[in-house]
Design a protein around this ligand. Structure first.
Ligand code: GLP
Length: 237
């Protein structure tokens, strides 16, 4: 495991971009998954800038969504698909990059089709993941089986509170669809990003304690043989 302890948001975003850009240069046809949330916002801003300077390209890459809300009352507003369009505009949605959307559907055939698309790509070359305060990756909440693949999950009250602070419960989603831990653990490389308010506990759990604990799903990735963790140094101070 490589750990980059980044001091400040700029260093964090640059370290994350360096890891992602390095993987893209080594394998331009990379099959990868990209997360949403607050953590990767700066990375995506840097990625868009580096793309505009011609330093990095996702043209030959294949991007898979990591997770998506189900039953989102205002869909597509607030969806992860909308987030990715907003933050990765011309970099991913340029008519060239193959983008596999995770449809907000609980139709078993559509879920199986997503797994089939992952299999057809030969699995992920790179899984870029953020980590929830409770250690979730994608929407693989505590207790998720390590062998799980794409499926519908219920959202915990903790997660809803973190992602929809102060939002009227009637305007929140109740479920989500997520890529499973099996595809993340099975990726050829993993880039884990740990930053943000309230992440001290999970950062310490991952980087100071170690060991697998199903109650902290991100720990399933700790024994991965090609894992890079970029962590906000202040979380471990
Ligand atoms: C969300 C998403 C994850 C994300 C994580 C951390 O609920 N399902 O894909 O990585 O929680 O989010 P944030 O970066 O906003 O802390």
């Amino acid at each position: 495991m490589r750990v980059v302890r980044a001091r400040g948001p700029r260093a964090f975003d640059e370290a994350a971009l360096a890891a992602l850009a390095g993987a893209l240069r080594a394998r331009p046809t990379l099959a990868l998954t990209l997360p949403t949330g607050g953590t990767p916002r700066g990375l995506y801003r840097e990625l868009v800038a580096a793309h505009a300077r011609g330093e990095v390209s996702l043209e030959s890459a294949r991007v898979f969504m990591l997770d998506e809300y189900l039953d989102l009352p205002a869909y597509p507003a607030g969806s992860f698909a909308a987030y990715l369009r907003e933050h990765l505009g011309g970099v991913v949605f340029n008519g060239s990059t193959r983008f596999s959307a995770l449809a907000p559907s609980d139709d078993p055939a559509r879920l199986a089709a997503y797994d089939a698309a992952l299999d057809e790509a030969g699995g992920l070359d790179l899984a870029v993941v953020g980590v929830g305060r409770n250690g979730h990756v994608g929407f693989n909440e505590p207790g998720s089986p390590v062998g799980a693949r794409t499926r519908v999950v219920g959202l915990s009250e903790d997660t809803l509170e973190a992602n929809f602070p102060g939002v009227d419960p009637a305007r929140r989603p109740s479920r989500a669809v997520t890529m499973g831990l099996a595809d993340l653990v099975g990726a050829r490389a993993v880039l884990m990003l740990v930053a943000g308010e309230g992440k001290e506990g999970v950062a310490r759990r991952l980087l100071e304690e170690g060991g697998v604990d199903p109650a902290v799903p991100a720990t399933h990735l700790l024994s991965h043989r090609d894992l890079t963790v970029v962590v906000e140094a202040g979380l471990l101070a």
